[in-house]
Ligand binder design. Structure first.
Ligand SMILES: NC(=O)c1ccc[n+]([C@@H]2O[C@H](COP(=O)([O-])OP(=O)(O)OC[C@H]3O[C@@H](n4cnc5c(N)ncnc54)[C@H](O)[C@@H]3O)[C@@H](O)[C@H]2O)c1
Length: 443
């Protein structure tokens, strides 16, 4: 038999064990609750705790945050489609360059997180915004959809102007989570995407990864950090799909996409609407119309026609099933940059009860036949193209695009200024310098 004292000790010990177990259980539940909130991106408060404890932008050593900050939920966030883990990106991140890049040149300036700065549009707009004195942090994964040497050349030029691009994937939530806390951002400009209409037939998953998962990742991470931040993002004229009423207006129905690319861009607009509706996030979508210019995209017709004409290769000119001429509303990059800056300048923070939900066409409003594009190039390159007219393949191209830009004009005075001829001549000038080409007349 147990003595009273022993029994008393045992029951005392049991009580202690039970109380401790209870406390531990509550502790575990609390920890699980906060981690669940973090993991699904809803836990703004949980995030703040980690944020406030972290040595970040204002701290002495931002590098610690981005080099091995112990994040208990990293496993659910780490990695990207390429299989690279966030930690690989963190190792490459240069906190000193990033911090300097974010610092604006004076009071009243913005601090903007720009995705896709390795790309054509991101490169130009980042430079223009930096010139205006705004602080910038870029992001790009420098994927090999087209020649990475061109993306790296843009990176080098941006770095020379003090603009740092963090290397990593949009859909890597852990990385985006940390980058968004590295600078005191006032705006997000989201341009990174898998672009191109025809490539979707070859690699559809790239569009799902970057344009759908990547888009939601940006929205979720901005929401978790500060859902009042205005977000301006790239949509596309391709959302007009098979519509035949021209010019295209923002209030036209757009539910006939002709490509997976177009479908992802249209989805972005609908997802943006959802976040605006539920969380009152400020979202502005920009429907760009066939942008061209120096440091442009080698997968676009004006660029590869130039290359092929110079190399004497055949170029294929598409025509519609009834022999229709294909028309594009070619828009020069400087006009697009003006439109993006106008959108950012008029983007307002979300408030508790409401926020902007805007969509703007950014085009040239003067569609030209693709044959005119070729004639201009022939003249500028001083060389005849070896042309072949072929039926348009069923890979997502549309017959004609034409922007109505009244909404952008009314909202921020958007007014495209550059004619196709003028813009192409600036492109050809850049092209010949960049690739070291001597034009036939100059030989
Ligand atoms: N250029 C045009 O004519 C045009 C027309 C309509 C819409 N747009 C849209 O405008 C935006 C910019 O286009 P662009 O012409 O500069 O294209 P781009 O391909 O030159 O630039 C996009 C950049 O995003 C990067 N990127 C892609 N997926 C990424 C990911 N998962 N993580 C990180 N970075 C990633 C790419 O490496 C690239 O540097 C895109 O959203 C595009 O869909 C462009």
């Amino acid at each position: 038999m147990m003595s009273r004292r022993t029994a008393g000790n045992v029951s005392g010990n049991l009580q202690t064990v039970l109380i401790c177990t209870l406390l531990l259980t509550i502790g575990v539940i609390c920890v699980n609750f906060s981690s669940a909130k973090r993991a699904d991106g809803v836990g703004g408060e949980a995030n703040r705790v980690i944020l406030d404890e972290s040595p970040r932008y204002h701290g002495a050593d931002g590098s610690r945050l981005l080099r091995g900050d112990p994040d208990p939920h990293a496993a659910s966030r780490a990695g990207d489609a390429s299989g690279r883990a966030s930690s690989e990106y963190f190792r490459r991140f240069d906190p000193d360059l990033a911090r300097a890049s974010c610092v604006p040149s004076g009071s009243g300036k913005k601090v903007i997180f720009i995705t896709g700065t390795g790309g054509f549009v991101g490169f130009h707009v980042a430079q223009a915004l930096k010139k205006q004195g705004h602080g910038i942090l870029g992001l790009d994964n420098y994927n090999s959809y087209y020649e990475t040497s061109l993306k790296r050349a843009r990176q080098t030029k941006l770095e020379a102007s003090g603009i740092y691009t963090a290397e990593g994937d949009l859909a890597d939530a852990e990385y985006i989570h940390k980058l968004l806390r590295f600078c005191p951002f006032t705006h997000v400009l989201h341009l990174a995407a898998q672009a191109g209409v025809r490539y979707a037939a070859k690699n559809p998953y790239a569009y799902v990864q970057s344009n759908l998962l990547g888009f939601v990742t940006i929205l979720e991470e901005v929401k978790a950090m500060d859902k009042t931040l205005p977000i301006v993002y790239a949509s596309s004229s391709s959302v007009y799909g098979l519509n035949t009423k021209v010019p295209f207006s923002e209030d036209d129905r757009v539910d006939q996409p002709a490509s997976l690319y177009a479908a992802t861009k249209k989805s972005n607009e609908m997802i943006a609407h959802t976040y605006n509706n539920i969380y009152h996030m400020s979202l502005t979508g920009l429907r760009f119309f066939t942008v061209y210019g120096p440091y442009g995209r080698p997968d676009m017709a004006y660029f590869f026609f130039t290359r092929k004409i110079l190399e004497g290769e055949e170029i294929q000119i598409f025509q519609g099933p009834q022999g229709e001429v294909v028309m594009r509303d070619f828009t020069y990059i400087d006009d697009i940059v003006d439109g993006i800056i106008g959108s950012i300048d008029t983007a307002e923070r979300g408030t508790k009860g409401s926020a902007q939900y805007r969509l703007f066409n950014l085009g040239n409003t003067h569609p030209e036949p693709v044959t005119t594009l070729v004639e201009n190039l022939e003249e500028l390159l001083n060389k005849k193209a070896n042309k072949r007219v072929v039926p348009m393949p069923p890979t997502g191209d549309v017959l004609a695009t034409h922007a109505n830009v009244t909404a952008a004009h009314d909202a921020f005075g958007y007014q495209p200024k550059t004619s196709l001829k003028e813009g192409l001549s600036r492109f050809v000038e850049w092209y010949t310098q960049y690739y070291g080409v001597t034009l036939p007349s100059q030989a």
